[in-house]
Structures are given as structure tokens and as C-alpha cells.
Design a protein around this ligand. Structure first.
Ligand code: FAD
Ligand code: 2HG
Ligand code: ZN
Length: 472
């Protein structure tokens, strides 16, 4: 099948309206969220059913056309952007957005991969359930993209990341076969775990078309506080204190440095930190509870009191209503938007053993400040998971693209060697995509890298699934 026959075939299978071949129609699908990568596509395809996806993949397999699966296109590492050859197709799942089933007694939901995360959360809520995956991009990212990246977010310390929230998958393999794995089982040791292979595979092994996801009882109350903390050791002690005293009630523990909140207030002046005296670090703590209002509120007050006594907190404000709690979260989630508005920046989505966080930050801050005078370290993240977003913005007044062109590699080298030294990961939750592809082998080691390669070759021998991402 040549390319022209391929396009005609897609048009006959999907309908002309869902095969975008004009450049003007393709624009939203060809660049990444951070505007770092720009590609071209033979066509952007918008299938509606699993059978349509299977037919397209079979045709791609025959015609040797490579496929870039795409969800909400919110990847932070260029994972869903085609290359600039114009020979790849983008297969965007947004029309596959049905909620196939909500099963209250099994506490599961079957969703198609193109469902927007927020829609999934809302559908669960209407039945009295919580779907806990929660991230700043939830209004546009899709559940298929979340599973393909094993997304994390702000609820991981209580409920786990996307992998832990998924029981089964329906996948179209690289040969266009349908793997019917929508099993709603909490125990299932029947051979190798295929589901876990596809989760986190960033579109390089197959296309996730539907998933069985786990639901949880909706908490009756949530209490949210902002806490001023003098330094990182105090932040870690505060985390331990909350873990000991509130156990499973602790559902959020986010850290924001002074510089990250200053930047957010600069770009969004109505999002000022309500804590006065410019704390060095501000922690957002959330407790989720299934008992009456008083229970978690009392716990929050008691733990904060203990924290003041121990000298690990200087100040705190407990949200008095839902809208104030929401404003705390909005401020936290706008750090990324503030950075984007300020200009291009260098991101490091890293994780470390919590016991290493203090030395990592002290040493790395020093190294970066010594070697790159005037840069701004925008450090924030999911501290409860040991996950930092250790981002570097150029010095004020300096052209960002020029600065990054000259210094990007050297800055990554400093941060990533520190990550190695402290036994961390160079990608906690955003994935590898094309951004971190050159760093993966050195980081994971040649044996792990070769095993990944063997898996890729076994499942996608013609290398048509998202080539150029994750593995070279
Ligand atoms: P896309 O960006 O479209 O694709 C991502 C990868 O998945 C690509 O490799 C793509 O090929 C593959 N893919 C997509 N759909 C499928 C499918 N159906 N089958 C197979 N492969 C597929 N991430 C976090 O983990 N935690 C956060 O807190 C977080 N916050 C964010 C905040 C903002 C403001 C933004 C812009 C991004 C954030 N992200 C975060 C990153 C991003 O939102 C997540 O990686 C998300 O899971 C990607 O979903 P998506 O639907 O946009 O996928
Ligand atoms: C978050 O936690 C996201 O807000 C984005 O993972 C992080 O902008 C970033 O670096
Ligand atoms: Zn994050």
C-alpha cells in the first residue's frame, strides 16, 4: 500500500472529516505543550472505535508507516509530537471518549482512552466515588495518556500513580491485533503482566484504547493547610510527623520554594501566598477523611501545634472553606503556567530517596549558583513522593532561548550527576519522550536498556510505534 492508498483507506474507514491532511487543520497536533518540539504529519487520524484503531494499525504495519499515539498532548517531554519527516501519522484518541461502565460493587469504571481525566473524576463523583489521579493538566490530558505515561500528580502518596489505579487494559498491538485485557480483578497472577508493560510505555509498544480503573469511596471531608517551613530538613520532619499522626488520611504534601511562589505571584498577582513573611518553603498539606468535619480538622490543628512546638513550622493557615482550599491548590498548580509565561525554562522532573533530599538540594543549589550566575532555581514538587520539579530559569533580563542553547546541556549534567550521586531518578513522573532519550541508557545501565530494547523488538519488530521516543 503506498501513502496515497493509505490515506484513501483511512478516509474510507474513518470518514473524510477524521483524516486531517491539510496543514492548517493539523496545527494543534504537531507541537508539544512547552513549544519545544515541532513536527509534521502525513495525516492526523481521529478514530472513534477500537476496531477502527486496529484497522489503521494493520494498514500502518503493512505500509510501514509509523504512528505517534496522542492523547491530550500535554506531555512535558515531547513524547506525543511527530518528527519533522512528514512521514508519520498522529493517531489522536480524543473521539474515543465513552465511559463504558461504572460498577459500584466492584468499585471500578471502564473508560475509553480518550476520556479527559477531569471528566472521569466527575463521572466517578456523581456515583459517590473518587478517582484519585489528579494533576494540573487534568482539564485536557486523557486517561490513555495518563496510563501511557504512568502519570503521578498530587495524590500519589495516598493512592499511588496511574499504574496502581489500573486493573486492566484493552490495547491495539503494533500488529493491529486487539488485546482484550479489560479484567476487573484485584488478584490475577496468570503469567507475565502485559498490562504493566503497556503502562508507562509512552506509545512505543501499542495503543491503549480502554482501561478498567479503580474507584475509591469519596472522602466526606478534606482539610487543606499552607505551612511555612524554615528549611528542607524541617519539611521532611513535618512530613514524618503528618505520616505518623494522620497515617492514611494524608492525601497531599506539596512543597513550594519561595522563588516558585514569587514567580507565580509575579505572573498571576491574585495568587499571592497568604502566608506572610515570605517563608523559605511553603508546604501544602491535605487530609482526606471519612468521618465528620471535626475529626480531621482537630487532627490538622494538633499536628500543626506539635510542629510549632518542635520548631519545624513557623506559621500556618488552614483553609476555612472549599474555595479557600481551592485557591491554595490553584496557586500550587499555577507554578508551571507561571514558568511558561515567564519564558522557556529547563525542567528536571526528578525523584530521590526522601532521606537524600536535603543534601541533594543544598549541594545542587550551590553548584548551579556557582556555575551559572544569576539563574533562578524554581524548586517545587510532590515532596511526599520524593519528587522534585527542580527547574532552572535563566537570569532575569537574559534571552531564554539563547541562554538555554548555550547552557542547557551543562545544567542537565550538573543536576543529573547529582541525581546519580544521591541514587535518584531522572524522570519521576513525566517520562522520557524525546527530551530525555539521550540520558536513559547511562541512567538505567546497559542491561536494563538492552532488556527494554528486547521488549520493544518483540512487541514492535517493525518499529512503527512512536519511534524516536524512549529508545533511540
Ligand atoms: P500525551 O501528551 O498526548 O501523550 C503522552 C505520551 O503517551 C506519548 O508518548 C503518547 O504517544 C502516549 N499516549 C497518549 N495516549 C496514548 C494511548 N491511548 N495509547 C498509547 N500511548 C498513548 N504529569 C504528571 O505525571 N504529574 C503532574 O503533576 C503533571 N502536571 C502537569 C501539569 C501541566 C500544566 C502540564 C501541561 C502537564 C503536566 N503533566 C504532569 C504531564 C502530562 O500531563 C502527563 O504526562 C499526562 O499523563 C499526559 O497525558 P496526555 O493525554 O496529554 O498524553
Ligand atoms: C506539576 O507537578 C507538574 O505541577 C509540572 O508535574 C511540573 O512544570 C513542571 O515542571
Ligand atoms: Zn508534578
Amino acid at each position: 500500500m503506498n501513502q496515497r492508498d493509505f490515506i484513501s483507506y483511512c478516509q474510507s474507514e474513518l470518514g473524510d472529516a477524521y483524516v486531517l491532511v491539510e496543514s492548517k487543520d493539523q496545527v494543534p497536533y504537531l507541537s508539544d505543550w512547552r513549544n519545544r518540539y515541532h513536527g509534521k504529519a502525513l495525516a492526523v487520524l481521529l478514530p472513534k472505535t477500537t476496531q477502527e484503531v486496529a484497522k489503521i494499525v494493520k494498514a500502518c504495519d503493512q505500509a510501514l508507516i509509523s504512528i505517534v499515539p496522542q492523547g491530550g498532548n500535554t506531555s512535558m517531554c515531547g513524547a506525543a509530537t511527530p518528527n519533522d519527516s512528514g512521514q508519520q501519522i498522529v493517531l489522536n484518541l480524543k473521539r474515543m471518549n465513552a465511559i463504558r461502565e461504572i460498577n459500584p460493587s466492584n468499585q471500578t469504571m471502564v473508560v475509553e482512552s480518550g476520556c479527559i481525566l477531569q471528566t472521569v473524576q466527575e463521572a466517578a463523583k456523581t456515583q459517590g466515588f473518587l478517582f484519585p489521579l489528579s494533576l494540573g493538566a487534568q482539564g485536557s490530558c486523557q486517561i490513555g495518556g495518563n496510563l501511557a505515561t504512568n502519570a503521578g500528580g498530587t495524590n500519589v502518596l495516598r493512592y499511588g500513580n496511574a499504574r496502581e489505579l489500573c486493573l486492566g487494559l484493552e490495547v491495539v498491538t503494533a500488529q493491529g491485533e486487539i488485546l482484550h485485557g479489560l479484567r476487573s480483578l484485584r488478584k490475577d497472577n496468570t503469567g507475565f503482566d502485559l498490562r504493566d508493560l503497556y503502562i508507562g510505555s509512552e506509545g512505543c509498544l501499542g495503543i491503549i484504547t480502554a482501561a478498567v480503573i479503580k474507584l475509591y469511596p469519596l472522602p466526606q471531608t478534606k482539610w487543606t493547610a499552607l505551612v511555612a517551613v524554615p528549611n528542607i530538613p524541617a519539611t521532611i520532619e513535618l512530613l514524618s510527623l503528618f505520616q505518623k499522626r494522620t497515617a492514611a488520611l494524608l492525601s497531599g504534601f506539596e512543597m513550594m520554594s519561595k522563588d516558585s511562589l514569587d514567580l507565580t505571584a509575579k505572573q498571576f498577582p491574585h495568587m499571592k501566598n497568604p502566608l506572610t513573611n515570605d517563608p523559605f518553603y511553603t508546604v501544602l498539606v491535605e487530609l482526606s477523611d471519612h468521618e465528620g468535619e471535626e475529626h480531621a480538622r482537630n487532627l490538622m490543628e494538633q499536628v500543626l501545634e506539635a510542629a510549632f512546638e518542635a520548631g519545624i513550622a513557623n506559621d500556618a493557615v488552614i483553609a476555612s472553606n472549599l474555595s479557600q482550599a481551592q485557591s491554595f491548590w490553584t496557586m500550587r498548580e499555577h507554578i508551571t503556567m507561571a514558568q511558561a509565561q515567564e519564558g522557556a525554562n529547563l525542567k528536571h522532573d526528578i525523584s530521590l530517596p526522601i532521606s537524600e533530599l536535603d543534601t541533594f538540594i543544598t549541594e545542587t543549589d550551590q553548584l548551579i549558583r556557582d556555575q551559572f550566575t544569576g539563574v533562578r532555581i524554581i524548586n517545587f514538587g510532590h515532596l511526599g513522593d520524593g519528587n522534585l520539579h527542580y527547574n532552572i530559569a535563566p537570569p532575569l533580563g537574559v534571552n531564554a532561548s539563547e541562554f538555554n542553547r548555550v547552557h542547557e546541556e551543562a545544567i542537565h549534567d550538573v543536576v543529573y550527576s547529582q541525581v546519580e550521586k544521591h541514587h535518584g531518578s531522572i524522570s519521576a513522573e513525566h517520562g522520557i519522550g524525546q527530551l530525555k532519550l539521550p540520558d536513559l541508557e547511562a541512567h538505567r545501565g546497559s542491561v536494563a536498556h538492552q532488556l527494554m530494547r528486547s521488549i520493544k523488538t518483540a512487541l514492535d519488530p517493525k518499529n512503527i510505534m512512536n519511534p524516536g521516543k524512549v529508545l533511540p
